[in-house]
Design a binder for this molecule. Sequence first.
Ligand code: NAP
Length: 272
Amino acid sequence: MQLDGKTKLYGIMGNPVSHSLSPALHNAAFRARGLNRVYVPFEVTDVKLALNGLRSLGVCGVSVTIPHKQAVISHLDAIDPVAERIGAVNTLSFQDGQISGFNTDWIGANHALATIADLPGATVLVLGAGGSARAIGFGLKEKGATVVLANRTLALGLALAKDLDCEYCPLEEVGAVKADALVNATSVGMRPETDATPVSRSVLEKIPAVMDIVYAPLETRLLREAGQAGCRTVAGTRMLLFQGAAQYELWTGRKAPVEVMEAALLAHLQGK
Ligand code: NAP
């Protein structure tokens, strides 16, 4: 990668941010397309100061991750309507001194799930009530799916179900839900607790399509058991990939080199 006076700067702001896979994903895409752009991590504590600095330095686009996805909103000049409904922004675009906010997490999740399920009119059981479940829930509604939400902590689950205007089901009773797809948007099964799984095998036997948004390990116990139960499955890496591809397309106005981005992501996750 040749950096010079014309190199356009992109990055990710979060804290911590050194573990992020986004630099590998985006730099691979810029390289593959021969674009004179570079993407770097920014560890940020003060959002307002950081945004002023990024704007003054002429940065073109930034991904936003934990813990700043909500805090950036009050500093934006414009926000995409779906990101506003979700209440979280993971993508910033800087143009003519104006900062616009978007959310591509829901786009990535919908794109990944759509590879194994027909979303319009589907009933999707979403496990979890954290930041990802929120973006996924709103995104599914955008696609015309019906969401049924289940969560470990009742109060948090009920609160998100109210915001989504959807049905709530206690986690222990999900076996009774007639769903076309299930999405695990909890952190259950994530390394190092790889033996954990959010639902039993008997639940999986009744659901045709299962997506796990946990991506470390690449194949979670949930996905392994879903495959054994005959479900169509999609891994968390696909959501991660497609949310990054949507960012690339927002920033460049060009189609993302998805295969290159996926190879970079998998190489990084497999420690190559
Ligand atoms: P979060 O806001 O902290 O929410 C975590 C959720 O997991 C909560 O609903 C929590 O339930 C539930 N949970 C945690 N431990 C549990 C347990 N032992 N049993 C049952 N439920 C449990 O996290 P997040 O940002 O939404 O992220 C969730 C997972 O998605 C993480 O593993 C993250 O790495 C992954 N992720 C993947 C992508 C992707 O692109 N593939 C993107 C973002 C995040 P309570 O409400 O009861 O605490």
